[in-house]
Ligand binder design. Structure first.
Ligand SMILES: Cc1ncc(COP(=O)(O)O)c(C=O)c1O
Length: 396
């Protein structure tokens, strides 16, 4: 006999990531031979640096291909703590560190071990797609707080404090932000950390893009003295070292939280791939110049794309201060033809002009699209030419 519903109820609480949907459609067109410019996917167009690849090859040659401890080998956990210390002046120990299958898995683990039904989790808008779903999957309620677009999608401690309730269990901060490129000022970050600590609320800082900042120095709120017991760092090597496919992320947290994550992980993924662990150690402890090279390139692209977007009538764009996304406001464009929402705009743009962007609905806003500028200047030029022509055509 067939069960009344084939799925567990919690699966209905989440939806397929919209960024994944866009790339599926772009892929489908590409397979039909269409020349698609893909600004949808959020990953570096650079190859993984050679020294990192060589470390993986050496691991294979040395038959480092068996199970490892669940949290990762000690050498990797130490390398993560060491890199964080050198970059941000923090003082994490191995027992406070767990390596996971990408930053996404690290965040999922944190939610599963710390959040439950009835809890509220504060998420600034626009948000990275996954936060809302992982919070819902854990049975909790996302509570959204608008950022100030006119000031570069900034957030202040008082904006956050206004939405805190006795049910608030966690605040999520992603600076620089995917999708807006907004950066939380250090002073406000610290105020939020103090507000969280005072109330015994977790502050999760997603440091996925922490090395990609255009006008400020890399910073971790976990470096503020006395704060570590309410701070959760979710980290990823995906973007920093152009290692999206390797799947290496981590958490830095109080040791008790790390133990709970290890327990959970021991029944799901176990350790991350042994070979990827060796590659990650080289990434973290080896030369860091590739990060600066990528950053310099992203800056050029940011400047280019911003200039192009701002030259299109009906489009405004805040300056991204970090990461590699532009989040233009199409308020002046979404009044035309069957293009009243970012979703309709993105669908029509992909179908007619063959440019993939992610509609703002995915990130909680109704006038924007996200454009990834981790693409060559030639691709950016081609894509922006098409976007401009598309908008001008539909303005007529
Ligand atoms: C804000 C943010 N956090 C975390 C991640 C997770 O990255 P990964 O799972 O590839 O490490 C991403 C990836 O796009 C991201 O944009």
């Amino acid at each position: 006999m067939q069960a009344t519903s084939p799925f567990a109820e919690r699966v209905s609480l989440i939806s397929v990531s919209s960024t994944a949907k866009v790339s599926q459609e772009a892929d489908r067109l590409r397979r039909q031979g269409v020349d698609v410019v893909d600004f949808g996917v959020g990953e570096p167009d650079f190859p993984t640096p050679d020294n990192i690849k060589r470390a993986a090859i050496a691991a294979l040659d040395e038959n480092f291909t068996k199970y490892t401890p669940m949290a990762g080998i000690n050498e990797l956990r130490q390398a993560i703590c060491e890199r964080h210390k050198v970059d941000f002046g923090t003082d994490y120990q191995m027992a406070e560190c767990v390596s996971s299958v990408g930053g996404k898995h690290a965040i999922f683990n944190l939610m599963q071990v710390l959040i439950q039904e009835g809890d509220e989790v504060v998420i600034p808008v626009p948000y990275w797609v996954t936060y809302k779903d992982v919070v819902s999957f854990a049975g909790a309620h996302p509570v959204f707080v608008e950022t100030d677009e006119a000031a570069g999608f900034t957030l202040t401690a008082s904006m956050v404090e206004r939405v805190l309730t006795p049910k608030t269990r966690m605040i999520i901060i992603n600076s620089p932000s995917n999708p807006s490129g907004g950066v939380l000022e250090r002073e406000e970050f610290e105020k939020i950390a103090f507000a969280a600590k005072k109330r015994g609320i977790w502050l999760m800082t997603d440091e996925c893009y922490c090395q990609f900042l255009y006008d400020s120095e890399p910073y971790s709120v976990a470096s503020v003295p006395g704060m570590k017991d309410t701070i959760l760092v979710a980290g990823s090597l995906s973007k920093t070292y152009a290692m999206t496919g390797w799947r290496v992320g981590f958490t830095l947290s109080p040791a008790s939280v790390a133990s709970a994550i290890i327990k959970l992980q021991s029944h799901s993924t176990s350790n991350i791939t042994s070979i990827a662990q060796k590659a990650a150690i080289e990434a973290l402890l080896g030369p860091q110049d590739s990060v600066q090279t990528m950053l310099a390139e992203y800056r050029k692209r940011r400047d280019y794309i911003l200039g192009r977007l701002r030259a299109i009538q009906g489009v405004t764009a805040a300056e991204p201060r970090g990461a590699f996304y532009a989040y233009p406001n199409l308020g002046g464009v979404l009044v035309r033809d069957h293009m009243r929402t970012p979703m309709e705009f993105a669908e029509k743009l992909l179908a007619e002009a063959h440019v993939a962007v992610v509609p703002g609905e995915a990130f909680g806003t109704d006038k924007h699209v996200r454009i990834t500028y981790a693409a060559s200047i030639e691709q950016l030029k081609k894509g922006l030419d098409r976007i401009q022509q598309f908008i001008e055509k539909h303005a007529a």
